[in-house]
Each structure stands twice: as structure tokens, then as C-alpha cells.
Design a protein around this ligand. Structure first.
Ligand code: NAI
Ligand code: SOE
Length: 388
């Protein structure tokens, strides 16, 4: 069977998730499009790279990502670094003819995103953005129901992405609070996941009317170590640094296909952990999803008999998208890792069979334009067009 050599950049949270998917993908999807070979891992810190390579199963490591780009044996470059390095690495990888899996959001700015898009188009390499939540079987099944007309024309889409790891002002100043690294705050970090799902399930977004807030203006500086996402509390008199990104966004949406909706994203909602909810109302039915109960899709159809009309729960399993590859009966428990395994399968399938991968850099660029419109709308108190 064909093998493809992967060079991964970054040794943190996503490096672990992607590496696990490379190991697991052929165990779930067989025959696999190709076998991922975990060839080399790079991190800015050489010692961290060596440790992570041993832990995540890579043959070798390096302290310089350019080693991966220069290596002719590497087929795939996996970008699992913070957002400030996505553009530089992706453009170099495309110029070297490598296929690219890049973490979300595509970049810090739309200008960077456009340069990345132009580079992959020019090189003709397969490219994918890691908006993995849309790979959750229940969300893919919602897409199937909508495409098959089960709820009729979509009228309203309502989404939240709520977390609470940044609600405590003593949670440290992660790179996720620094505009020069992250680009934006909750908007780019988690809002983009639900913008991706909105575009996937409904249609592209034409206009937005938005509010953007920052509640906690400074945070304790993190002295060392990997990003701990608020789990390490720094108390007492400590040096503080400026937070220059948003804590929360809320926006109304007008879709290209005439549907309307709303979307909220914050990492400051006490009690909410990874609370991605979607409610979609169509002419003839409704769909509800909550990622904290991600095996389940709730559906309601207008033609159900009057005495039993209401939401009912479908547990995803072998009968649902990618379900047959995962587990033999419903409700065994789909997790975050499964979304990454499906993402890995889709990417390898696209590379080997020379297909367009979804979501790709074009989707990432559009999502970046939508984020810009959300910021513009909040600043001007006006509706903003996502294409101007
Ligand atoms: P992290 O902070 O856990 O790890 C980042 C790693 O990249 C660190 O090991 C750091 O030393 C390394 N690094 C930073 N700059 C580098 C450079 N120029 N060259 C080589 N190594 C470098 O970050 P995490 O959480 O893994 O996030 C990485 C990316 O993944 C971000 O873009 C983030 O938005 C995205 N992400 C996506 C998730 C999803 O659900 N799809 C979940 C978490 C993060
Ligand atoms: C932190 O908000 C984070 O790790 C995001 O960066 C991811 O994209 C999200 O999936 C989980 O939470």
C-alpha cells in the first residue's frame, strides 16, 4: 500500500491530536487511501521536539521547520503551530510542492490568508483547514438531512460556541490573547468553527450585524511551558500583559440563500466547556445539536402525527456518515479524536485521488473575510457586507 511521509510542525495540543489520527486512520478506514508515516516533528524548542517525536511516534525531530520543507522525502506538511506562523510555513510548503493540512484559523489576517490561497493555487497542492467539528457524524448527518430536503428550505440557523477557560482574570496570558500571535480572540479561535459549520450546513454568509466585547484587559504573564488554557492560575502580585483581542462576539447573519440567523462565541461563559450548539429551523422541520452530547442529533418533522410531534433523538452509529468505519453500534461514544481521524481520512483521500478537500484554504479565506466583517460591523454599528 502507498505510504505518505508526514512532517508535522508544533508539539502541543494539536500535534498530539493529529499524530493520534495518523496512527489510527488506517485502523478505522480500510483500505486506507495511503498509510501516513510519522516521519519528522519540528518545534521551535529542539528538546520539546525530540520529546514529542518520541511520544507521538515520529522517526526524527528538528528545531527548525525549514528542515521539513527542504526534505524531498516529505509529502505532507502539517501545520500545528499558533496562528502567527501559518502563512509563512504554508507558503513555503506550497512552493516546495508539499500537500498541506493547516490548523484553523487560516491565519491572523485576511491578507495572510489570501497569500496562502494564492500560493496553494499556484502550486496545485492539496490543502485542508482543520475545522474538524463539521466532521462529527451527527453534524454530517444534519447536512445530509438538509440536502435531502427533510426540513425543507432552511429559514433560521442559531449557533453558539461557549467555553469558560478564560472567564477567570487570573488565567494566564496565553498566545490566544495576543493579537500579534492569534489575530483575534474568541472570534478567530472558536467563532470560526461555527462560521465554518454555518457555511457547511446553510450557505455562505452575505452580511453581518455584530457586537464585539473585551472584558478582561490584562492577564498574568505566563513564564514558560506549553499553553495551559486557563488551567494554571497565577495568583498574587505578578507581572501582567495586555489583552488586545476580543473576549466575546455576537452577530446576526444574513445568508446568501435567504436564510437568517445568529451566532455567539465566548471563552468567558462560566459553566460552559465546549458548548457548540446548533439549531436549524426549516419550512418542514427542525434540527438541534449540542457538541457536549455529540452522539445525538435531535430532529422534529412537521409531518409527524400531531399526538407525537416534537423533538426525538437519533444516536449516531454505523448508519450515519463515516459511522460504519468507526464503531459497530450507535452511542458507543464519538469523541474529539474521531473527528480528527475522519479529517485525516478526507485529507489523505483528497491527496491520493487528487480531489478538492473540504474545508480548504478557499473556505479559510472566506471565513477570514466574514470575521473582518464582524469586527467592522461592531466598530461602525452598521450591517457589514462580508465581500467588501
Ligand atoms: P499549543 O500552544 O499547545 O502548541 C503550539 C506548539 O507550536 C508549541 O509546541 C510551540 O512551541 C510550537 N511553535 C510555535 N511557533 C512555532 C514555530 N514557528 N515553529 C515550530 N514550532 C512552533 O497550541 P495548540 O493548541 O496546539 O494550537 C496550535 C494551532 O491549532 C492553532 O492554530 C490553534 O488555533 C489550533 N487549534 C485547533 C483546534 C481544533 O479544534 N481544530 C484545537 C486547538 C488548537
Ligand atoms: C481553545 O479555545 C480551543 O483549544 C480552540 O483553540 C480550539 O479550536 C477548540 O476546538 C477547542 O478550544
Amino acid at each position: 500500500m502507498k505510504k505518505l511521509n508526514v512532517g508535522i510542525i508544533g508539539a502541543g495540543f494539536m500535534s498530539k491530536a493529529h499524530s493520534m489520527a495518523y496512527a489510527a486512520m488506517p485502523m478505522f478506514f480500510w483500505p486506507a487511501p495511503a498509510i501516513p508515516v510519522r516521519a519528522i516533528l519540528a518545534d521551535v524548542n529542539e528538546k520539546t521536539a525530540a520529546e514529542a517525536a518520541a511520544r507521538f511516534g515520529y522517526e526524527r525531530s528538528t528545531g527548525d521547520w525549514r528542515t521539513i520543507i527542504a526534505d524531498p522525502s516529505i509529502d505532507i506538511v502539517d501545520i500545528a503551530t499558533p496562528n502567527d506562523s501559518h502563512a509563512e510555513i504554508a507558503i513555503a510548503a506550497a512552493q516546495a510542492g508539499k500537500h498541506i493540512l493547516c490548523e484553523k484559523p487560516i491565519a491572523r489576517t485576511t491578507e495572510e490568508a489570501l497569500r496562502m490561497l494564492e500560493a496553494v493555487r499556484k502550486a496545485g497542492v492539496t490543502n485542508m483547514l482543520a475545522f474538524n467539528y463539521r466532521k462529527t457524524p451527527a453534524i454530517a448527518y444534519a447536512k445530509k438531512l438538509i440536502q435531502e430536503g427533510e426540513i425543507g428550505q432552511v429559514r433560521n440557523f442559531r449557533a453558539t460556541y461557549l467555553q469558560d477557560w478564560s472567564a477567570d482574570p487570573n488565567a494566564p496570558l496565553s498566545w490566544r490573547f495576543q493579537k500579534n500571535v492569534a489575530g483575534s480572540g474568541a472570534l478567530g479561535d472558536i467563532g470560526t468553527h461555527v462560521i465554518d459549520i454555518a457555511r457547511y450546513l446553510v450557505s455562505d454568509i452575505a452580511e453581518v450585524s455584530s457586537l464585539v466585547k473585551t472584558y478582561i484587559g490584562e492577564r498574568p504573564v505566563q513564564s514558560s511551558g506549553l499553553d495551559a488554557l486557563g488551567t494554571v492560575k497565577i495568583g498574587g502580585a505578578v507581572e501582567k500583559g495586555i489583552v488586545d483581542v476580543d473576549d466575546e462576539i455576537t452577530t446576526l447573519l444574513k445568508f446568501d440563500n435567504g436564510a437568517i440567523g445568529s451566532l455567539e462565541a465566548t471563552r468567558n461563559a462560566w459553566g460552559r466547556n465546549n458548548f457548540i450548539t446548533l439549531e436549524i429551523h426549516g419550512e418542514t422541520g427542525s434540527i438541534y445539536f449540542n457538541y457536549e452530547r455529540r452522539d445525538e442529533l435531535q430532529v422534529c418533522f412537521s409531518n409527524d402525527p400531531a399526538d407525537r410531534k416534537g423533538f426525538r433523538t437519533i444516536y449516531t452509529g454505523p448508519a450515519h456518515p463515516n459511522g460504519a468505519a468507526l464503531w459497530p453500534i450507535p452511542a458507543l461514544g464519538i469523541g474529539y479524536s474521531e473527528t480528527k481521524i475522519i479529517e485525516c481520512y478526507d485529507f489523505f483521500d483528497a491527496v491520493v485521488n487528487n480531489k478538492r478537500c473540504e474545508p480548504d484554504f478557499e473556505d479559510g479565506y472566506r471565513i477570514s473575510q466574514i470575521c473582518d466583517a464582524i469586527i467592522t460591523s461592531a466598530a461602525t454599528s452598521q450591517w457589514a457586507n462580508t465581500r467588501s
